[in-house]
Design a protein around this ligand. Sequence first.
Ligand code: NAP
Length: 318
Amino acid sequence: MAKLAVVTGARSYIGSAAARSLAARGWEQRTLTNRRGAVGRGALEIPAWPLQFRDRGALGEALSGAQALVSTYWVRYPHFGVDFDLAVENSRILFEAAREAKVDRIVQVSVSNPREDSPLAYYAGKARVERILRELGGSFGIVRPTLVVGEEDILLNNIAWALRRFPLFGMPGSGSYRVQPITLEETGEIIADVVESAEDLTVDAAGPEVLSFEDLVRQVAAAIGRPARIVHLPPWLALAVAKVIGRLKGDVMLTRQEYEGLAAEALVSHEPARGKTAFSAWIREHGRSLGQSYQSEWERHFRDLDLASQRASGPSRK
Ligand SMILES: NC(=O)c1ccc[n+]([C@@H]2O[C@H](COP(=O)([O-])OP(=O)(O)OC[C@H]3O[C@@H](n4cnc5c(N)ncnc54)[C@H](OP(=O)(O)O)[C@@H]3O)[C@@H](O)[C@H]2O)c1
C-alpha cells in the first residue's frame, strides 16, 4: 500500500523540497497551504487543503489516512497579529489534529540552536514547539536547519538584489559572525530520512562549510558578477536602512531578531554536517540568476492570507 504524507507548504520553500524527496521515495502526498501558485518552478502538483487552524474537523480530514505529517509551518516576522506565540499555538493544534487523525509520525522543521530561554522570540518559540511535540507522545522527528540556500531563498536573493541595485552594501556590524548554509535539496533529503526513520530523532541540517557572513555576501557578489563594496555600519543603522528599503517594497527586509540570530551565530551547527555541498560550490553553480527582483515575504505569505483562519477561536467562516 502506498504511504501517504501530509506536508505543509509544499508550494513554498522547504516544504517543496521535502515533498520532492518524499515523492522520489514513493510517498503519496497532500499539502496544507494557503498559496494558490507555487513560489518556485520545482513545486510538485499535489492535492492541497487550506492551512487553517480554526476548523479541527477540516484539519482532521486533510490528515486522515496519512502515516506522516511534516510541518514546516512558521512565520518569519509578526504581522497583523500573526506572531510567534500564535505560531506556537497553531503548531500545537496541528500536532494534536495529527495525533487525533492517527498519523503515526510527526516531523517538525525547526531551526538550529532553538532555546526556550532565548531572548529572540523566533528561537524561543521554536524550542517551545519542539517541547510540545516531544510531550505529546507518539513517534516524532525534529529537523533543525541552519540557513537553507536555494534559488527561491528570500535572504540570499535579497542580498543579491541589493548588490545589483545599490553602489554600496551596508553590512550590519563586523560581518565576521559565521553561518553554515545547507542547500534546499539536501534539507529535503534530511527531512525525508527523518520521516522514514523509526527513531525519535532531533537532528541539525547543516552543510559542510562554515563561513563568515561577509564572506557569504562576497561570494554572492562574485556569483552575480557585481563588485562587493561593503561598508560596515553600526547594526542599528544597517537595520534602519533595511527598514526604509523594506517599507519602500511594502515588506520587512531584515528584522532585528534575524540580525541578532546571525550575530549570535545561531545558524552554525554543533553536530557533524549532514549536508555534503559546500556553499561556495553551490553559489558558483546556481547563484548567477539571484537577485533579479526583490523577493517579498509579505507578498508570499501575508497579502492573500485569510487572517481569521489563522486563529483558533472567533466567529466561524462560511
Ligand atoms: N528558510 C530557511 O533558511 C530556514 C532556516 C532555518 C529554519 N527554517 C524553518 O523551516 C521552516 C520552513 O521555512 P521556509 O523557509 O520553507 O518557509 P516558508 O516558505 O515561508 O513556509 C513555511 C510554511 O509556513 C507557512 N507560513 C509562512 N508564513 C506564514 C504566515 N505569515 N501565516 C501563515 N502561514 C505562514 C507557509 O504557508 P504557505 O504554504 O501558505 O506558503 C508554509 O506552509 C520554518 O519553520 C522555518 O522557521 C527555515
